[in-house]
Design a protein around this ligand. Sequence first.
Ligand SMILES: [Zn+2]
Length: 305
Amino acid sequence: MVTNQWNMRLQEQKIKEQICEIGRRVYNKGFAAANDGNISYRIGENAVLCSPTMICKGFMTPDDICTVDLDGKQLAGKRKRTSEILLHLAIMKARPDVKAVVHCHPPHATAFGIAREPIPQCILPEIEVFLGEIPFAPYETPGGLPFADTVLPFLKPGTNAMILTNHGTVSFGEELEQAYWRTEIVDAYCRILILAKQLGGVTYLNEQKSRELLDLKKRLGFDDPRFHVEDCDLCGNTAFRDGYKEALPAPKAFDAPPVFPAYLKPAAYSSPAPVASAPAAATSPDLEMLVRAITEQVLAAINKS
Ligand SMILES: [Zn+2]
């Protein structure tokens, strides 16, 4: 019993240190100015560690970290918990697989949220495999329950990151590092899109190549809302159509995505035949290289944590 408690203490201390480490990365990356952003980790059935309010995320120590229950009531910690914890808790309650949540204001992704420009899909392989569609939770004044509830319609299985309209991003996962990476990937992608736009625009992948990426994603064991929603487009940012009370965000800065049938529907293209024997189709040199690159990234991530 004593050993158990001791182990739990050690585990808790380790997680607090990790929260501080992620805070440093968020701050150093310029994802959270001054005291912006917050980070949390669920350590038990009804206990969550989180960053406090009014502190720079780049300079936290384990002593600063608070403990709250799943309703946001503070259980421990010398500082007051972040006011945005309810957002984290809403996600954890709706998605028991989620243990870690990172919320911040990365400039490029937040710019999409302010312009209300949907983040196009079927452009960059890593985005398709690691993220997929990034929905836009509608704007609400930060802090209270109505703000926390804005994410609820968009928490389908396979969603890992979201834009908070006119505010920032929230990303989540089983581990802190994974949740943080998702923010980093979204912001890097948004930055690339803005740069590509300055060079003239983006080029969408064709249907076959887009499907190959989703096949690969499935094989690697990642989930995606497009694996569950039969009437969404392959590349059209429509997997969350039913979640938007206001109009579906429509592209203004970027060309509209091509219209391809949903992943669950038969492919529209006919040639070159996606080789009836599926394994052959999956071993084109390009795809093999991509599988290797992504597998290496995943393995590196696992080894690191
Ligand atoms: Zn915020």
